[in-house]
Design a protein around this ligand. Structure first.
Ligand SMILES: [Fe+2]
Length: 137
């Protein structure tokens, strides 16, 4: 009552920012699917698939890092920001591990870690789309 500056809903994001984050999710999903299918062939020793997988991992890291920075900028004023910071630290360490495995040439472990990242990111993106990226009612 006395507050002269009521805060906005913690879920409200400008629709343009929300649309951008959702487009990034779509790109991340596409890259994850490509990497998952390429990883199988890479694990079986295909030289072409191995080269493709290394590019896909580098691309995934770049796109996902851009996306994390974007979400962090959007959510700084919200209560969701602290939870997101923990999630993002985990994602960054997963991405660093993937990059290290790609450099080491251990395609069996790379494939396993990619599949784990695939599951984790799918769960996280679905959660985000139900919460702060959901359209306002
Ligand atoms: Fe996200």
């Amino acid at each position: 009552m006395t507050s002269s500056h009521a805060s906005a809903s913690r879920w409200s994001l400008p629709s343009e920012a929300r649309a951008r984050a959702l487009r990034q999710h779509a790109t991340i999903r596409t890259l994850l699917w490509s990497a998952a299918s390429t990883a199988l062939a890479a694990e079986q020793g295909s030289t072409a698939a191995r080269a493709d997988l290394l590019s896909l991992v580098a691309e995934l890291r770049r796109v996902l890092e851009d996306h994390l920075v974007c979400e962090e900028a959007l959510l700084i004023p919200s209560l969701e920001a602290r939870r997101l910071a923990t999630e993002h630290a985990r994602k960054r360490s997963d991405l660093a591990l993937l990059t290290a495995l790609a450099a080491s040439g251990d395609f069996t472990r790379l494939s396993r870690e990619l599949s784990r990242l695939f599951s984790n990111l799918t769960v996280d993106m679905e959660y985000e789309e139900r919460t702060f990226l959901a359209a306002e009612v």
